[in-house]
Structures are given as C-alpha cells and as structure tokens.
Write a protein that binds this ligand. Structure first.
Ligand code: ZN
Length: 216
C-alpha cells in the first residue's frame, strides 16, 4: 500500500517525533548517551553495565544504579531519566557523563564499607560526587552544571544536603588538579585517599547534618 502524507500518523510516528523533539531539547542522541556512559565506566576501569534503562518517559523514573549482587559489577543495571536531569540543569553531554560518573562510582563502591552514620550512606554519596569532580578535572570537563544542579538538591537520610555535594565535587576536582601538578598518579585509589582527607575535614558537619534527617 502506498503511503500518503495525509494518512493519519501512527503511534510509531508519534513516538519518533517525541523522541526527536526530546533529544533535540537535551541535544544528545543515543550514540552520545552510550559514549557518555562508556567513558564514565572507563574512568573506573569498569565494563559497560549489564543493562542500561532509559526511564525518561516513566512517570516515576529516576537516575540510579541497581547493584544486585554486591560481589560483582557484571550484573549492574544503570537507569537514567533525562527529564529529571534536565530539571537539575543537566543539559549537555559532559554534565550527563559526569552524572553517569557518579552512578558508576556506586558500581565501583558496591561492597565497600564506608564509615559514618546509617552505614556510611552519605559518605558513599559524597565519595561518588568526589570522583565525579576528579574525573572532570582529569578530562577537562566543566563542573558548573553539576555543581549548580546537585548543589541545590534537598538533603534526606539517603542523600547529603546539596551544598555538601557541591563541596565534594569541587573537592574532587581540586584534588585531581593537585595530582596532575605534582606528578601523582590520577588513579581511583588515589582519589579515594583524597576523599578520606575530605571526609576527615567535613566529618563533624556530615555527622551533625545527617543526624537531623535520621531523627525525623
Ligand atoms: Zn548516588
């Protein structure tokens, strides 16, 4: 059957149009998204996640990683939600890739025991933010959008206050610049050492703030 331009658009047409409109808004196509995730994995020496889910059209979407078995990173499921990220001002490839770096840090740290309240919940989040900043400095990526976006998020028992997260990102950025300037290997292991110093400095603040959320 011949296709006439005045035929009613199908659901597929509608979805394709929506997809194009949406990716134009965010300025990323699927190849760039894959590359942004791939390069985030590479910073930690991790393989591409077992499964990557685009939750951007789900009403209850979100950007997160499911570690499943903490003994292995081979079964990790990475989810991203471009709508949620756009609301945070994450609107280009670098800032998206930096958010993916945070999620990949969760993959890297699965099975790690972080010190602190609530099984080191806030500490792990801050360590992931710290690594994000460190990668940005190493790969000449701009941290403005992630600092501003995450910096204004509300804290909870699961996540630190935004201002602390912003400090962790810039802390990681600065530590990587220090490594590069002083010929210290820019490894994840050294980033973790840098994070331990950061944590020692901020420990009283982290403790006092986190306690408030846990009491609620
Ligand atoms: Zn996180």
């Amino acid at each position: 059957m011949q296709n006439y331009p005045w035929e009613r658009p199908t659901m597929d047409d509608f979805l394709r149009e929506a997809e194009e409109k949406f990716s134009n808004l965010f300025n990323l196509d699927i190849a760039q998204i894959t590359d942004a995730i791939q390069s985030a994995c590479a910073f930690f020496g991790l393989s591409y996640p077992n499964m990557v889910l685009n939750l951007s059209r789900q009403p209850k979407g979100g950007t997160m990683v499911y570690n499943l078995d903490p003994e292995t990173d081979a079964d990790d499921i990475l989810c991203y939600d471009l709508n949620q990220l756009m609301a945070l001002g994450i609107t280009n490839k670098d800032s998206f890739s930096l958010i993916m770096t945070h999620e990949c840090a969760h993959r890297y740290f699965q099975g790690y025991d972080f010190p602190g309240l609530n099984n080191g919940q806030w500490e792990q989040e801050l360590a992931c933010d710290f690594c994000m900043g460190a990668r940005a400095a190493l790969e000449h990526m701009n941290i403005e959008k992630v600092v501003r976006g995450l910096g204004r998020t509300q804290g909870a028992d699961t996540h630190p206050d935004g201002d602390l997260r912003a400090e962790a990102i810039t802390g990681g950025y600065d530590v990587m610049l220090y490594f590069l300037k002083n010929n210290i290997a820019p490894t994840v292991a050294n980033c973790i050492r840098g994070f331990n110093d950061f944590r020692a400095t901020y420990e009283p603040t982290i403790f006092a703030r986190e306690q408030r959320y846990l009491k609620k």
